[in-house]
Design a protein around this ligand. Structure first.
Ligand code: CP
Ligand code: NVA
Length: 305
């Protein structure tokens, strides 16, 4: 049987994604029952971009399952420069039982997956951030009791996170609104995929350039940085374009009264979100961060057992 990777939620069925969330919730409730699930197994953590949450949650997570991790910094591997991507994959799979990769080009992770005989887990690329979205929908389940039919308004850049929220939300039957400035909409391929796949789960995905319309009656208001890692040179220009899309109290007032506020973090306070909103009682951002740990333990257990 060919090796199963975790590249995008679109590669997984509705039942599988629900299963990951259920398992994450179970592991969070009873962590002691899972301490030898991956006894003695090694996970390589390959980073070409910085990280706080992803690094710590995978490192702590694999330890809690009985395994251990090896951190490889951008300078250690120099993917594709010091050594070709297929060769990196074919060396690692002789020594470790799983590889988490955070990189720029999505093609790099697809190439790793093609050549690796051990699972490759996507820890963020320029195209997607699937582990974040699974943790986020787990958090929505905890707060709202369900995710099907839930109205999620993602406000900001049509970036990697927007793509993964679309993938996961479609599989789980949610209403996902992507609210961006003109010219910053998500990738057409993901929008078309969402239109094709939504009828199977009753999901709804729509795109708008009007913040008030997008957030109207939303159960969840979500935002992310305006300039992602690798786009630092565009930050200043984007600050001007995105300011009408700032999540502040005025915008939150359009959402449902019991709406929650979400952010994958790191946050640029005063840009995409005000202190008032991120520090409010509606904000669940640190629960999201914690749920990276629990839901990724479920991903590792599924793939590396
Ligand atoms: N949300 C997230 O992936 O955070 P890091 O970039 O710190 O890993
Ligand atoms: N869109 C952001 C997410 C960070 C977790 C980035 O790629 O930098």
């Amino acid at each position: 049987m060919s090796t199963r990777h975790f590249i995008d939620a679109s590669d997984y069925t509705t039942a599988e994604i629900k299963g990951l969330i259920d398992e994450g919730i179970a592991m969070k409730a009873n962590p002691r029952e899972y301490t030898s699930v991956l006894q003695g197994k090694a996970l390589a953590l390959l980073f070409e971009k910085p990280s706080l949450r992803t690094r710590v949650s995978f490192d702590v997570g694999i330890h809690q399952l009985g395994g251990f991790s090896i951190y490889l910094s951008p300078n250690d591997i120099n993917l594709g420069k010091r050594e070709s991507i297929p060769d990196v994959a074919r060396n690692l799979d002789r020594m470790v039982q799983g590889v988490m990769v955070r990189t720029f080009s999505h093609q790099v992770i697809l190439d790793m997956a093609e050549y690796s005989r051990v699972p490759i887990i996507n820890g963020l690329t320029d195209f997607s951030h699937p582990c974040q979205a699974v943790a986020d929908f787990m958090t929505m389940r905890e707060y709202k009791g369900r995710v099907d039919g839930l109205k999620l308004a993602y406000v900001g850049d049509g970036n990697n996170l927007a793509h993964s929220l679309m993938h996961t939300g479609v599989r789980l039957g949610s209403e996902v609104r992507i609210v961006t400035p003109k010219g910053y909409e998500p990738d057409t391929s993901v929008v078309e995929w969402a239109q094709r796949e939504s009828p199977a789960t009753g999901a709804k995905v729509w795109i708008t350039n009007d913040p008030a319309e997008g957030v109207k009656d939303a159960d969840v208001v979500y935002t992310d940085v305006w300039a992602s890692m690798g786009q630092e040179s565009e930050a200043e220009e984007r600050r001007k374009i995105f300011i009408p899309f700032q999540v502040n109290s005025d915008l939150m007032a359009h959402a449902a009264d019991d709406a929650i506020f979400m952010h994958c973090l790191p946050a640029h306070r005063g840009e995409e979100v005000t202190d008032e909103v991120i520090d409010s009682r509606q904000s669940v951002v640190f629960d999201q961060a914690e749920n990276r740990l629990h839901s990724q333990k479920a991903v590792m257990a599924l793939l590396m057992k």
